[in-house]
Design a protein around this ligand. Sequence first.
Ligand SMILES: Cc1cc2nc3c(=O)[nH]c(=O)nc-3n(C[C@H](O)[C@H](O)[C@H](O)COP(=O)(O)O)c2cc1C
Length: 299
Amino acid sequence: MPHLFEPLRQRDVNFRNRIAVSPMCQYSSQDGHASDWHLVHLGSRAAGGAAAILTEATAVSPEGRISPQDLGIWKDEHIEMLVRMTHFVRGQGAVAGMQLAHAGRKASTWAPGQGTGAIAIEAGGWQPVAPSALAFAPDYAMPRALDAAGMRKIIADFAAAAQRALAAGFQLLELHAAHGYLLHEFLSPLSNQRTDAYGGSLENRCRLVCEVTAAVRGVWPERLPLWVRISASDWSEGGWDVEASIELARRLRPLGVDLVDCSSGGNVATAKIPLGAGYQTGLPNAFAGKAACQRERWA
Ligand SMILES: Cc1cc2nc3c(=O)[nH]c(=O)nc-3n(C[C@H](O)[C@H](O)[C@H](O)COP(=O)(O)O)c2cc1C
């Protein structure tokens, strides 16, 4: 039997195979609420046999949304519909996972099909926050650099969101530290030009991700797995890379992270990414060979 179909146990959670449905933005929420769309989208994949079903990037605060139509978990009112969804997913024998996210400087943008780039404040947009006042691209908003209180709020928002996810019946959390969103922006020297304890050295750039991870692990039960998704490469000179990813993984494991989900890119609008079949598989392979962060090979 292919390894892909072998079960896996992480902490007290059993995965029936090693197929995980990746988070995919649905741009189908109003005020962050899940709807029948999410129930059917995620529920049908659970019925299809995948082991882990992850929600789309789910915003920990309204200003952390990529678009106004993103799924959110910043208030208790979001929980009720999510309970319906996790109940169905779990009833199909799958593990219900939620990806927690803050879009950072890539927040307040039009959903696909509605426009491109930033939504102006007059059109209902908001000013994004980021490690540094550096816009992602010319048609994106100039973000405000977070101060110490702002970073404390981000950490608290992730922890509160994790508690709500637990109340909603999720058994797995993934922190979104990839694709050029807030946590990735702190990691990469191309988007983080801070001169305080959160910028400069690799250790400093990893600090916010580690603090968010520790805060989430502090409220997320020991019996449930915690994953972190990273972009293992910015595909850009001077950017975040596999070596840095390995260093991050070494810091995350003692904080209680069970798996590092390797994606790539998203932080540099002009990056030349060698798109093609399997173009990203070298990254986790290089990563897994050296970091050994996963307790057991996922796939
Ligand atoms: C429509 C769409 C929405 C996505 N939304 C997210 C997301 O919310 N969070 C995330 O980490 N990745 C997101 N991704 C990336 C996917 O999870 C996945 O990593 C990517 O599509 C590569 O896998 P593939 O080659 O099988 O498509 C999205 C991809 C697509 C196509």
